[in-house]
Design a protein around this ligand. Structure first.
Ligand code: SF4
Length: 177
């Protein structure tokens, strides 16, 4: 039987959702016999491949780079999962929305810089005016709230998807937990 091709993507998040994924501990070994991780910050693959069955997305869409990436991921993925509150609601990253990009960038790179204050022109992707949840940028198939979702919840989601079912998360996860 061919393995399910899964990917994980890290947009504007703290990596806590990926840490929760790793917290599946020994269950990762059981999953490894059934899935192939074809792209993730956890593996050494540089470009997102075609034909991915399931992609878990951590983080909100904050920059032009995030937007381009999630559109490309969506095109190559059958089932896209918003993993965690930042992906589902924009959560913590969206706290900058009321202030505007100029104020936030100025605060980070000018007001709080102890040495050579300057706004970087290279290597830092331009920010979008507003941080957005993933589903405002592309279609999302499964929403998994939690900050982060527990390892049990992530395991349940993957197990259900591998059985060909969309996971019913009622009573299993909630925002902020
Ligand atoms: S949902 Fe929570 S744990 Fe996940 S990336 Fe956002 S802040 Fe981090």
């Amino acid at each position: 039987m061919s393995k399910v091709r899964i990917a994980t993507v890290w947009l504007d998040g703290c990596s806590g959702c990926h840490m929760s994924f790793l917290d599946m501990d020994e269950r990762l070994m059981e999953l490894a016999s059934k899935v192939e991780v074809v792209y993730s910050p956890l593996v050494d693959v540089k470009s997102f491949p075609d034909g991915v069955d399931v992609t878990l997305v951590e983080g909100a869409v904050s920059s032009e780079e995030d937007l381009e990436k999630i559109r490309s991921v969506r095109e190559r993925t059958k089932i896209l999962v918003s993993l965690g509150d930042c992906a589902v609601t924009a959560n913590v990253p969206s706290m900058r929305n009321p202030f505007g990009v100029d104020a936030v960038v100025g605060r980070a790179y000018l007001e709080n810089a102890a040495l050579k204050p300057q706004v970087p022109k290279e290597f830092v992707p331009p920010l979008l005016k507003r941080v957005r949840p993933v589903h405002e940028a592309v279609k999302v198939d499964v929403f998994v709230p939690g900050c982060p979702p527990s390892a049990d919840t992530i395991h349940f989601v993957l197990s259900e998807l591998m059985e060909g079912r969309l996971p019913d998360l009622r009573g299993r996860s909630r925002f902020g937990a």
